[in-house]
Design a protein around this ligand. Structure first.
Ligand SMILES: CC(C)(COP(=O)(O)OP(=O)(O)OC[C@H]1O[C@@H](n2cnc3c(N)ncnc32)[C@H](O)[C@@H]1OP(=O)(O)O)[C@@H](O)C(=O)NCCC(=O)NCCS
Length: 460
């Protein structure tokens, strides 16, 4: 019977037969042409200038300096993110979904980011099963997470746990065995898929140990998708919450290459540090309040605002009073969390799709109503405040309100969910970094004295 099949995919504990190329087979087909294209571009146009850097940019976090190549996604200041050319709406329409579901499966965006192609339902099922087969943690990692103090921030626990998993790195093992350079990407893919498969259990164990009974009461089921397995491990059974998490874990994957978590993973990876080391470094960046931690801060800030409104003796607040309360924080020197962005200049489409989810599933939720009212009021306030280049909300302004609706109230944990999703984007990029043979990153730095002398001689 199998002789008629063009290919047979076989994954350790699962036997899954298909006529379609597996993820690795498809990459094997795609990579050589891309390697050739890049080689040709470097040979023919290596001297072409694609960007410059001003003094203001050198001091200003290198905003808009074009000096990185990232294949997986691109970010337009007005339009927002495109994953391999697809907007979020197009991803929602075109990527495979769970049976009866409306949101893309994160496995399908993993395929899209790695290959640049929309996978078939069969390819996504195959990938779900592959990830399920790779799941499972070494006992010492489980014991280690259980031994962490509850006061340790979940992001610190995540970083430490992923570093401990590095003992299983196939890249490191094969590198030490003299692996050839053209095999780096395949070993990186193996580690990346292993890590993506294991992260839900790591995250769930951190969650259950920090806030619940310390036990993960679900064994990964190969017939469930990656998000649903994750939810069951966390302790959530609702089908609607499964849909939310599929959306959440899809839209947080990637935001081109210059953001802190993506750039850090790429930078550390450029030293040929394996995916576990590189991803941990990226997660340390995601844990910062100006990056991923903002979603935790948004919810704390919104709930405090809700308390203040209740102190006024009302359930619903006028836009004028809301603006006054927001000004109080700004005048005290605090930022409005969830608003502004280093690149975007319009409402983040990741915000908009979460708002659409809320309008569909929880339109009467009181916190959602407040979040909507904040959306009406804050852009105007921030415009009058006159500092930020973008007064509109980003992805973090909405996620907490959705999670809270389904009883997920542990704000300190939110950035871990972001991190589990971000693994899909930054590790896909790392595979391509290796496939294209990107060298160790080493930009040139200069001193203020150098700049002072340079501008003096330049103005003569
Ligand atoms: C995202 C963020 C870090 C981008 O920073 P940036 O690229 O430096 O943004 P801008 O160039 O617009 O900042 C210019 C000024 O506006 C201020 N500003 C930016 N966003 C602001 C906000 N939401 N509330 C108040 N002030 C803000 C900055 O602090 C800066 O002030 P300074 O000159 O006194 O240092 C910033 O908008 C911010 O801190 N937002 C809140 C945190 C957040 O939501 N982070 C998640 C990002 S996805």
């Amino acid at each position: 019977m199998f002789t008629r099949l063009t290919r047979v995919a076989y994954n350790r504990s699962v036997r899954f037969y298909s006529t379609e190329p597996t993820l690795k087979e498809r990459l094997l087909q795609i990579i050589p042409a891309k390697v050739e294209q890049v080689k040709q571009l470097k040979t023919d146009h290596g001297d072409k200038i694609i960007g410059t850097c001003t003094v203001a940019q050198a001091y200003g976090g290198m905003r808009s300096v074009k000096s990185l190549v990232t294949e997986t996604s691109s970010l337009d200041p007005e339009e927002g993110i495109r994953f391999r050319g697809l907007t979020i709406k197009e991803c929602q329409e075109r990527l495979p979904k769970a049976t009866g579901g409306a949101e893309p499966l994160p496995e399908s965006i993993l395929w899209l980011l790695l290959t640049g192609e929309v996978p078939t339902d069969g390819q996504v099922k195959q990938l779900s099963k592959d990830l399920a087969a790779r799941a499972g943690l070494p006992k010492f990692v489980v014991d280690m997470i259980k031994a962490f103090p509850k006061e340790m921030h979940p992001m610190s626990q995540l970083g430490a746990a992923v570093l401990a998993l590095q003992t299983g790195s196939k890249f490191t093992e094969q590198y030490q065995g003299g692996m050839k350079k053209d095999q780096y990407w395949a070993a990186t893919l193996e580690d990346s898929l292993d890590l993506i498969a294991k992260l839900p259990e790591v995250a769930a164990l951190i969650y259950r140990n920090t806030y619940k009974d310390g036990k993960v009461n679900h064994k990964v089921d190969p017939n469930l998708d990656w998000s649903a397995n994750f939810n069951r491990m966390l302790g959530y059974e609702s089908k609607e919450f499964d849909e939310l998490m599929r959306l959440y874990l899809t839209i947080h994957t990637d935001h081109e290459g210059g953001n802190v978590s993506a750039h850090t993973t790429h930078l550390v990876g450029s030293a040929l540090s394996d995916p576990y080391l590189s991803f941990t470094a990226g997660m340390c960046g995601l844990a910062g309040p100006l990056h991923g931690l903002a979603n935790q801060e948004v919810l704390t800030w919104t709930l405090n605002l809700q308390k203040r409104i209740k102190q006024d003796g009302v359930n619903e607040v006028s836009n004028e009073r809301l603006a006054e309360l927001i000004w109080e924080g700004l005048n005290a020197g605090r930022v409005v969390p969830g608003f502004g962005h280093a690149v975007l200049r319009k409402t983040d489409p990741r915000y908009t799709c979460q708002r659409e989810f809320a309008l569909k599933h929880l339109p009467q939720d009181p916190l959602f109503k407040l979040v909507s009212q904040i959306y009406e009021v804050v852009p105007d306030v921030l415009t009058k405040h006159g500092k930020t280049k973008n007064p509109f909300p980003n992805v973090d302004a909405h996620s907490g309100c959705l999670l809270t609706h389904y009883g997920f109230n542990e704000h300190n944990f939110y950035t871990v969910l972001f991190g589990v999703s971000r693994a899909i984007g930054v590790l896909s990029s790392l595979v391509w970094d290796r496939a294209l043979g990107h060298p160790i990153e080493r930009p040139k730095s200069v001193t203020t004295e150098w700049i002072a002398n340079f501008v003096k001689s330049d103005s003569k």
